[in-house]
Ligand binder design. Structure first.
Ligand code: PCA
Length: 326
């Protein structure tokens, strides 16, 4: 019986797919889990991306965005897309650092610290990232960057000695390594848990964007923001290759055009967000300062170590770095 029901569902699905041969299609619904809440730029862009596809396919493809890890937990999103549990999803590139070192290009301190150089780094890394995703049965649709990542603490930081022994939030393999090299102890904390982790003493420092600080009302539990602008990480939206291939060519073209629009919007939007959110931190009483020369020189040394370590991990990294330096 179960088998029969399954067969019927499959038949139904194939009838719907007749669209590619020009016969009228029934609307299909796709599910898109995203890791961050609705207030975040990448999530807003995900909604617009879905809306554009729905309107340009006249409702034939309806992508339902499930924000804030409400459908699938963040670390499980890549696997959910890979296995076809969902058709597409959004993920922070850095958390895939342990899958393959090409994904670590995203969280290497002081490699690309301005938006222009981050765009350049993305162009350099993208072909290698696409190759790895392809091996995993996924296809890249678009990326959205975060503002540069800076240091949040409960006291001023003039040099690394001021941070020694503190509990530093980590959100990826690379940020755990960074915390080690800073003589702090890394603790993995997801964005929604940041306020509670600070107030209960699980962490006492973090490196993230002004946007994530504003989002979690950082002024309630810390006082200093040192603008080290250490790296500019990104989210990517990926689609299951088989699901994409099953669509007719017109729908595929609509998706790719919407993805290109989303990416362009992201690079413009993040530049505005970075300024606006840094101002909001200051307006709410956080002491926003430029880093001291001593702190920057210490951090740059750590950055150089991390680039060396990363380079030794796989031949693809050499290719990314060579493309980036061109
Ligand atoms: N916010 C997310 C990812 C990068 C960022 O700015 C976070 O802190 O987890």
């Amino acid at each position: 019986m179960k088998y029969l029901i399954k067969r019927a569902a499959v038949l139904c699905a194939s009838v719907m797919m007749l669209g590619s041969s020009g016969v009228a299609t029934a609307a299909s619904q796709w599910h898109m889990p995203t890791p961050y809440g609705d207030a975040n730029l990448p999530t807003k862009i995900a909604y617009q991306f879905a809306e554009e596809i729905k309107s340009k396919t006249a409702g034939e493809l309806d992508i339902v965005v499930h924000s804030g890890a409400s459908l699938i937990k963040h670390p499980e999103i890549p696997r959910a897309v890979k296995t076809g549990q969902v058709q597409l999803g959004e993920v922070f590139i850095g958390i895939m650092g342990n899958t393959h070192p090409v994904f670590k290009h995203d969280n290497i301190p002081f490699l690309a610290t301005s938006f222009d150089s981050a765009e350049k780094l993305w162009k350099a890394a993208k072909p290698e990232v696409e190759k790895q995703l392809n091996k995993e049965g996924m296809m890249l649709l678009y990326t959205v960057a975060w503002p540069a990542q800076s240091l949040y603490t409960k006291a001023p930081v003039n040099s690394l000695a001021d941070l020694e022994g503190s509990k530093m939030r980590a959100y990826s393999p690379s940020t755990s390594r960074l915390a080690d090299l800073m003589n702090t102890s890394p603790t993995t904390v997801q964005v929604p848990e940041i306020p509670q982790a600070f107030s209960t003493g699980i962490i006492d420092a973090m490196i993230t964007s002004p946007s994530t600080g504003v989002n979690g009302q950082a002024w309630d539990y810390l006082s200093h923001y040192t603008d080290i602008r250490a790296w500019i990480p990104k989210n990517i939206v990926v689609v299951n290759k088989r699901a994409f291939k099953r669509l007719n060519k017109d729908t595929q073209a609509v998706i790719l055009a919407a993805a290109a629009n989303a990416e362009a919007k992201g690079w413009v939007g993040v530049r505005e967000k970075a300024k606006e959110d840094t101002k909001t931190l200051a307006d709410n009483g956080i002491v926003v300062t430029e880093p001291s020369a001593e702190l920057m020189s210490e951090l740059n040394k750590i950055g150089a170590i991390m680039i060396d370590e990363w380079q030794a991990e796989a031949p693809e990294i050499e290719t990314i770095l060579a493309n980036f330096k061109q």
